[in-house]
Design a protein around this ligand. Structure first.
Ligand SMILES: [Zn+2]
Length: 401
């Protein structure tokens, strides 16, 4: 999925080829505009607006296109062979005396009066690469729905235009919060800096030389902090990067550098509902896919803090057992919660951070580390959980190595 910077680059390429030139041929291969003929008109300019492209044409017309998931515009010299895809994927051809621009697989292609552009791009928030850029308005837009996860809010083009999934992940990393963190929980100063960071990233990737998208600012090594780097060490802290879907999009984060929730309430909720016998949807019941078991165990692990024992209890099966590093067993949900309560009375700052989660059968293994002011309880750690019917039936802590 192209992000604002790639669309910006496409617009520049189209503008360089077509801007100020008279069209010698136009061919729009969508039924509504199949008979439109732009021959003889001059292309005034091609501008990006978020992920939209607007080609303004003499006579008050705008050709609006969107690349969608895999659309593309290619520019060819007059006699160059076309390589953008098979002929049937071509949606538009605009030719001048020297160049031919060919639009492939464009999900949106329409001709409209320039005066009515707002109809197709008026809903967009400020564009970090556009003339209307307004970082304060972008931050205000993000905050408009404080309960919304930051990752989702960043992708909503009405808040600010041009952020795709790659930059979503990278911006959350740079902000030090997970993509599931409600916008309202992001520290104020951090949130205020996100729009400026978005502009920096997009602008850094619109240079004259096209190179892989880069956010790290490093000329050597990986180009991105977390995106596409599941299980590889975080560039800042070496902790393996994690991956989970957010709104069906692969989402990456560092469990150590980024604080905040790591699964959608929807996912955690599905597990809990299943245990209560109410969940009939996907992921319910004993045959639940491992992804929801893992989500449940991650949620469980995160609730092992002095602050959320009630939440922890909700994820335990009534017959829940706890096995400590010495092999001692506590049986039953309420006895286990009493044990945790006593534990946190002694070690209130204790918490677990996970690095990786793997599933084999009904056993989910979590590796990570524990943090605690008491050095005996801090360090690398491993836990296994048994999951049945959307609840954790056993939590086994192994000695820190
Ligand atoms: Zn990290």
């Amino acid at each position: 999925m192209p992000e604002g910077d790639s669309v910006w680059r496409v617009a520049r390429r189209l503008h360089e080829a077509l801007g100020g030139q008279e069209l010698t041929r136009s061919d729009l291969r969508v039924p509504r505009f199949a008979t439109a003929d732009l021959t003889g008109r001059t292309v005034l300019e091609v501008v990006p607006r978020g992920k939209h492209l607007l080609a303004r044409i003499e006579g008050g017309l705008t050709l609006h296109s969107h690349l969608g998931m895999d659309g593309a515009w290619h520019v060819y010299a007059a006699d160059e062979r076309r390589r953008g895809g098979p002929e049937h994927q071509i949606r538009a051809i605009l030719a001048t005396a020297h160049h031919t621009a060919v639009g492939y697989r464009l999900p949106v292609l329409e001709l409209l009066p320039t005066a009515e552009e707002d109809r197709v791009v008026g809903h967009l928030g400020p564009d970090p690469l556009g003339p209307d850029w307004d970082p304060e308005r972008a931050a205000g837009n993000l905050l408009a729905d404080p309960a919304r996860p930051l990752g989702e809010a960043l992708l909503d083009q009405r808040n600010l235009a041009g952020i795709g999934n790659v930059y979503k992940c990278e911006l959350c990393f740079m902000a030090g919060v997970t993509p599931w963190t409600p916008v309202g929980d992001v520290p104020e100063g951090t949130l205020a800096r996100i729009p400026a960071a978005a502009r920096r990233l997009l602008a850094a990737n619109t240079g004259p030389v096209e190179h892989p998208r880069r956010t790290t600012g490093r000329l050597r090594g990986p180009d991105l902090f977390v995106y596409g780097r599941a299980q590889r060490p975080c560039l800042r802290c070496r902790t393996p990067v994690r991956e989970a879907p957010q709104d069906d999009r692969p989402t990456y984060w560092c469990p150590r550098c980024q604080t905040g929730p790591v699964v959608d309430r929807a996912i955690a909720g599905a597990g809990a509902d299943a245990g209560a016998g109410a969940g009939a949807g996907a992921g319910a019941g004993a045959g639940a896919p491992s992804a929801s078991a893992e989500a449940l165990v991650i949620a469980f692990n995160e609730r092992i803090t002095a602050r959320d024992l009630a939440g922890l209890g909700e994820l335990m099966a009534p017959e829940h057992t706890f096995v400590d590093p010495a092999g001692a067993v506590v049986t039953g949900r309420s006895a286990c919660l009493d044990a945790w309560r006593a534990f946190f009375a002694a070690f209130p700052d204790y918490r677990n951070l996970f690095d990786s989660v793997t599933t084999r059968g009904d056993v989910v293994t979590v590796t990570g580390r524990s943090e605690c002011a008491d050095p005996r309880l801090a360090g690398p750690a491993r836990w296994t959980a048994r999951v049945h019917d959307g609840k954790v039936t056993q939590w086994h802590v192994y000695a820190s190595s």
